[in-house]
Design a protein around this ligand. Sequence first.
Ligand code: PLP
Length: 454
Amino acid sequence: MEKTKKFLLPENELPTKWYNIVADLVNKPMPMLHPGTKQPIKEEDLYPLFAKKLAHQELNQTDPWIDIPEEVREQYKIYRPTPLVRAYSLEKALDTPAHIYFKNESVSPVGSHKLNSALAQAYYCKEEGTTNITTETGAGQWGTALSFAAKVFGLELAVYMVKISYEQKPYRRSLMQTWGAQVIPSPSMSTKAGRQILTDHPNYQGSLGTAISEAIELAMQTPNCKYTLGSVLNHVSLHQTVIGLEAEKQMEMAGEYPDIVIGCFGGGSNFSGISFPFMRHSIKDGKKTRFIAAEPSSCPKLTRGKFEYDFGDEAGYTPLLPMFTLGHNFSPAHIHAGGLRYHGAGTIVSQLMKDGLMEAVDIKQLDSFKAGVLFAQTEGIVPAPESAHAIAAAIDEALKCKEEGITKTILFNLSGHGLVDMSAYDQYLAGDLINYSLSDEEIAINTDKLEHLV
Ligand SMILES: *Cc1c(COP(=O)(O)O)cnc(C)c1O
């Protein structure tokens, strides 16, 4: 019998709503706190920073389903629904009885899942009359996604790009500029936060935390300007659930239900996107699926961080978020999976982790590239270095199935392709990449400084 390899949904099956898992959770995440008063944040407190509808989504704990605006769905149709693929060739190379599926978010025009939230955020900003938006970008994926989204909805965008990525990934900068955004390497002299860091550490190569501080500062000082964030926050995870909602229907077409769902983990948005729709069946229908977040060993907030209130940025401009964190002053090693170099995990995921509804594994840099190369050689797609962490975790699980002689259905999210990350592959193939190890003492230096508010 001929085997079906790709599961495709027709355009009219594109979800009409996003899924808000918080409404279905027994233990709600603890509230965000105002950094000054240490009191729970109210929706209005977020209005200076975010579009009102996004602020509302951020704190919404009651509505499980949120309508996707028609204008956003229209743009989704450029690339959605994305394919679900059975990775037969990878299975064969591993000689595993496991069934491996991946949801291919790399087919978006910007090459990653980030566009799912970028389009939504740009739309809501435009809808309420905003003219300018700011953001930060690490590896450049969020910045590229938002550049296209800003252009689509007619907004001016300024992107603070982590300096090391600005230098290592010049083509991402070109992409953002092609879509019309202004790109500034961070730390920069254009903000107080940037100047402060550069004064203290003149050769600082930048981090997402610093870039966020700079983008927030510019948004607060510019009239009619809002800030946007590509990960970590609840509304970002919400928008990404379009991934899992499609995958749910596609797994049904394949006649299977996942035993294991895996996503790589930076701040949690693509992991949440692929997981939450399936997790609702664990919460409501007693399904026994394992959910695994794959993070880099060099930035191990879920596996080795502490659950505390912490800032989302380096300078401490954001509300305090209850999260697994390495401390907002943590400076991760310069791994090539730039999108995973973030000190904390989103508040929903952190609560799920605490409640044992999900697990996390850490992946060494060399293992991630080894998995990425095997995936490229079997399935043909060169994965983003971030996505390669999910692939490595999926391979580990598939090899366990082989050892134990059992068949499991594994689903992972291919969050993006690596065609703009070939310098990283060059270095890997030349043998120039290393693993970074992190001692407990190094982690404690920053986490010990956190005020104990939980
Ligand atoms: C940004 C990014 C990530 C990490 O961010 P999450 O919010 O954790 O999903 C992972 N993969 C790719 C391709 C990215 O661009």
